[in-house]
Design a protein around this ligand. Structure first.
Ligand code: SF4
Ligand code: SF4
Length: 202
């Protein structure tokens, strides 16, 4: 009897392997702004990608370095974001991206974002709610998204190299916040490895 119960408990907790399959619902393109621990943020854009969007809607997202002692602020902006809930390239009637073949790297990565899976993705959410927000995705089915996200992370890491403080720009407060900082090191001292912080989205 106890063996049978153990077996039942194990079966109950076995998570099914899910094959990621984007439904092309367009939900992610209509809900760009999300809550993060640093305030509201939107789609990550490299400087060259930011030029594809209406400039009045493009705001900074990440910056490195510090200038000014009395009022410290970022020195070099290296990533931008779109201050809009619905992407300007989203065709709401056809429910498709008008620049799909050249869409930004972060769009290619979604629902993988900064090393996490965004459970707001409609495909992910149908499993996340059943599985108490813990899901088991087949890695092969999401490897292109993971690779694109890795490109984003590598770009952030490269931009932060030897630059000290990392800043993030909050869209709701319209102000910069320190995400990570490290002490200034003299060139003769070995520079410690600086891990890219995980900016987990809910
Ligand atoms: S929300 Fe998820 S399923 Fe829908 S289009 Fe975006 S990535 Fe695909
Ligand atoms: S660029 Fe295309 S894929 Fe990216 S958010 Fe806009 S509509 Fe969606």
């Amino acid at each position: 009897m106890s063996n049978l119960l153990e077996k039942e408990v194990k079966l109950e907790y076995t998570k099914p392997v899910i094959f990621f399959n984007c439904m092309r619902c367009g939900f992610c393109c209509e809900h760009l702004i999300k809550d993060t621990q640093y305030g509201k943020m939107s789609i990550f854009l490299k400087p060259e990608e930011a030029k594809w969007f209406p400039q009045e809607k493009v705001l900074p997202q990440y910056a490195v370095g510090v200038k000014g002692h009395s009022r410290p602020r970022p020195y070099h902006i290296f990533a931008f974001q779109l201050d809009a809930m619905v992407c300007t390239w989203f065709d709401r009637q056809k429910r498709t991206c008008m620049i799909r073949n050249m869409r930004p790297m972060a769009c290619r990565a979604y629902p993988v974002t900064h090393g996490s899976i965004d459970i707001n993705c409609r495909f992910i959410q149908q499993y996340a709610s059943e599985e108490n927000q813990r899901i088991n995705i087949n890695p092969a089915s999401i490897k292109q998204e993971v690779a694109a996200d890795q490109d984003v992370l590598n770009y952030i890491k490269e931009s932060m190299k030897d630059q000290g403080t990392l800043w993030g720009f909050s869209l709701d407060e319209k102000k910069w916040k320190v995400i990570a900082s490290r002490p200034v090191v003299k060139p003769t001292i070995q520079i410690p490895k600086f891990k890219v912080p995980s900016l987990r989205l809910p």
